[in-house]
Design a protein around this ligand. Structure first.
Ligand code: ATP
Ligand code: MG
Length: 790
């Protein structure tokens, strides 16, 4: 009723209210960043439940990350209390796992299937590429994996591919064979890869309409956040679920199709490279005729200055409907810009600003630093550690990619899904038991001859024809697996103890000798490995607390679905570091967008691809619109990547932000001109002069002790950048072919006198390693450093 809804609608603007209260078969909410799309979705769920229009179990809400799902669940709970229990709020992948666990037996899998992450499937593909000698056709594991993934996102399988491919081309034929073999191997291992989770669910629904009907009747309300980033397979899944359920032949059944609500922003579509199709949103009205469309334009997240910058940037994409975000919170502070000499200099600026903001009352947890590529986090981490700024890398936690963690999980999988040969083979000789390739092959052959699994073959050592020592080793492994199986998967009728995963894992790690081997090792790395395994055991305990009835399968599922933005523990009390992709949907009081340089954003690889620069611009737009109050953009004049230092150019996107919006602490011009142009001249606004400017210009006099002077870029990209480049004075010191040799004494304009230790590099990139009498060791680019020989 009306009164019930009052608090749910409190504070919402008119279109938001409409989006919460509209009832009908299909609703599309299109809106820019921070306009309340996710909030509206949450309130819509609460409103359906509150009005008793739906049971919790009739709701399926899809979010982009598990973390977002958890937050949405919490918010619904906050709005209406604990009834939120039975709802499915999850990612596409988790929802499909739940469906497949129930239904896998319909099509040749069992419910204890394992999920191959991209590392697992890469390992499998690598083996197949080798077996097929496919590298002779230019097929690499990476390219094969990428192509299979792309095909699966388009719902193509090995057979349909083989039908449509040009098989007279030998490379195509080999690829088709690889694809088919890969699929067979997955099936044999009772495993799905990530793309299969979605694709096979669609297949299941299409092949078994009675199964699909169960879910069509169950889910009466389907809501999808970030719809602009769905790929074709995900689109098809939603389409299957929103078909009218079959009438069971009675004609009496008039169950309506589920109602569908999707929210999205085509300006934030950033996953085209993973097959996301922006058309899913632009063609929604065609696919769901009569759909209601609601537009939200008021932004509640950011200041007008931040929105003006974001609007201006995204306005350069030509294939979009123009929409302008606005807010009534006012202009707010200017965006702060900074150009460092190097990425360390830039990182130091970030660390300094973070501390300054914290002193002004913004907690660490309300600050985030974004970058385009994972490798950029290293310089930030180094400086943050030195400056004692607590931070946490979101998504980059490669905890589950560590070899020892993978080993431990392989032990668990060997118990939970013995058909998964990859895992059983992985642990066969870890720790070292003297089981080599010959024995492994013998086991595989025996399994094949007997038509049993690799795991079961282990139980039959005497038939393998191997020596007594190896027999004993295999028998011991078999016994450990059996003991853990009894703990984690008790005979039917019995229930596993809540602590079974912890207990089972402990048995596996101890009795297999795995932990002992690490403890005995003299390799200091192995000590860290023991700690990591302790951490994994702690994760199982944590899991048991949250899921008292959780089985080893549930645990493995959770681990497999940890995605980029999800994390083991929360980031409270720490600054969050993440890629721009991971930042989607999040918001922070203060945001640092770093590495705003050509080749990074837009990224070198996508800049040359059709649609690439536009997608990169959307990514940059996503990054800017995460900020509530304080936005920083920064770049470095030189960047070390892949062991090479090269000059960087300001990103064309930086140029697209109206200059008056940015307050340059140190502008690209400052860095390049020796005492020349100041930021005042650049944007018509006096610089606040925070003291971070090095003053000495490009000579390497950064107060951050950064020790490599920048190399000015010779060829500048044409087009957009000319205006920007014009502001970078061409006058640069040129020492020509100044000869320097170890032992030479030199004088540097800022560092004084020193002695050359070593000269490396060639031509314009020759670097002098100089030990200055007072300034200490520095590396200088000989061609441009302000130095003279004494
Ligand atoms: P994105 O495109 O980044 O995913 P979004 O459109 O999903 O953003 P939300 O995250 O739902 O936006 O909302 C952005 C912020 O605005 C949140 O902090 C939310 O609480 C707040 N907000 C949304 N609607 C209102 C409102 N009517 N009044 C006050 N605050 C609001
Ligand atoms: Mg959102």
């Amino acid at each position: 009723g009306a009164r019930l809804d009052e608090d749910l609608l409190a504070g919402l603007n008119e279109p938001q209210r409409e989006a919460v209260t509209y009832r009908g078969p299909a609703l599309l909410i299109v809106a820019g960043a921070g306009s309340g799309k996710t909030s509206v979705l949450t309130r819509r769920i609460a409103s359906l439940l509150r009005a008793r229009e739906a049971w919790p179990s009739q709701i399926l809400a899809i979010t982009f990350t598990n973390k977002a799902a958890g937050e949405m669940r919490e918010r619904v709970r906050g709005l209406i209390g604990d009834v939120a229990q039975g709802m499915w709020i999850s990612t596409f992948h988790s929802a499909c796992v739940r469906i497949l666990r129930r239904e896998a037996e319909q099509f040749g899998f069992t419910k204890n299937f394992t999920i191959y992450d991209s590392g697992d499937s890469r390992a499998l593909i690598k083996r197949l590429v080798k077996e097929h000698e496919a590298d002779a056709f230019g097929l690499t594991p990476a390219s094969v994996q990428g192509r299979i993934s792309k095909l699966k996102n388009e719902l193509a399988d090995a057979e349909s591919f083989a039908r449509s491919a040009n098989l007279s081309d030998p490379a195509e034929r080999v690829f088709a064979e690889l694809f088919a073999d890969y699929q067979r191997a997955l099936q044999r291992a009772n495993a799905f890869d990530f793309d299969d989770l979605i694709g096979q669910t669609v297949y299941l629904f299409r092949a078994f309409p009675h199964v699909a009907d169960v879910y069509r009747r169950r889910f009466r309300h389907i809501l999808v956040d970030e719809y602009q980033d769905t790929n074709h397979a995900q689109y098809a899944l939603i389409h299957e679920l929103t078909r009218p359920p079959g009438d069971g032949g009675t004609l009496l059944d008039e169950t309506e199709p589920a109602s569908l609500t999707v929210v999205g922003d085509s300006d934030q579509s950033i996953y085209a490279f993973r097959g996301a199709d922006i058309r899913n949103i632009t063609e929604f009205e065609r696919d769901y005729p009569g759909a209601k469309v609601v537009l939200l334009e008021q932004n509640y997240r950011s200041t007008q200055t931040i929105l003006d910058a974001a609007n201006a940037v995204i306005g350069n994409n030509f294939d979009r409907k123009d929409k302008k975000l606005w807010t009534d919170v006012g202009l707010g502070d200017p965006i702060i810009g900074f150009t460092g000499y190097s990425q360390h200099d830039e990182a130091q600026f970030v660390a300094d600003e973070v501390e300054a903001l914290r002193r002004r009352g913004i907690p660490y947890s309300e600050m985030a630093v974004f970058y385009r590529t994972n490798s950029q986090s290293r310089a930030l981490e180094e400086i943050f550690i030195r400056a004692a700024v607590p931070y946490k890398i979101m998504g980059g936690t490669k905890f589950y990619d560590r070899a020892e963690i993978k080993d431990a999980l392989a032990y668990l999988i060997a118990v939970a899904n013995p058909a998964d040969e990859l895992s059983v083979r992985r642990i066969l000789n870890r720790p070292r038991r003297g089981i080599g390739d010959v024995t492994e092959t013998a086991i595989a052959r025996y399994a094949q001859e007997e038509g049993i699994t690799f795991r079961d073959a282990l139980a039959n050592v005497s038939a393998l024809g191997v020596g007594p020592k190896i027999q004993q080793a295999i028998a011991q492994l078999d016994a450990v697996l059996a003991e853990a199986t009894a703990i984690m998967l008790p005979a039917s009728g019995e229930v596993a103890a809540p602590t079974s995963v912890t207990a089972g894992l402990t048995v596996l790690l101890n009795k297999s000798g795995y932990l002992d081997a690490l403890r005995r090792s003299k390799d200091p790395q192995d000590e860290a490995r023991v700690e990591n395994l302790d951490e994994l055991v702690a994760v199982t305990r944590e899991f048991a607390r949250g899921n008292p009835e959780g089985t080893v399968l549930d645990f493995l599922t959770e681990v497999a679905l940890v995605s980029d933005a999800d994390d083991l523990d929360d980031a409270s009390g720490t600054v969050s570091l993440m890629t721009m992709h991971t930042a989607k949907g999040l918001e922070y009081d203060a945001v640092f967008v770093t590495g705003v340089e050509e080749d990074l954003i837009p990224h070198r690889i996508s800049a040359g691809e059709p649609g690439g620069p536009q997608e990169e611009r959307r990514l940059f737009y996503v990054a800017l619109t995460r900020a509530r109050k304080k936005l920083h953009v920064s770049l470095a004049m030189t960047r070390a990547q892949f062991g090479e230092v090269s000059a960087a150019m300001p990103s064309r996107f930086l140029q697209e932000i109206p200059h008056a919006l940015i307050d340059w602490r140190q502008s690209p011009g400052d860095v390049n001109s020796r005492g020349g142009m100041k930021s005042r001249a650049l944007n018509g606004r006096p610089s606040t002069g925070s003291g971070t400017g090095a003053g000495g210009g490009w000579s390497g006099g950064s107060r951050y002790g950064d020790d490599l002077v920048p190399l000015p870029k010779r060829e500048r990209p044409a087009g957009d950048l000319t205006k920007f480049a014009n502001r970078i004075p061409a006058k640069v010191r040129d020492n020509g072919d100044l000869e320097l040799a170890p032992g030479d004494r030199i004088r540097h304009d800022d560092f004084g006198e020193g002695r050359v230790d070593m000269v490396t590099g060639e031509g314009a990139k020759r670097v002098a390693h100089v030990r200055f009498d007072t300034a200490g060791p520095k590396k200088l680019l000989i061609k441009i450093a302000p130095i003279s020989k004494l």
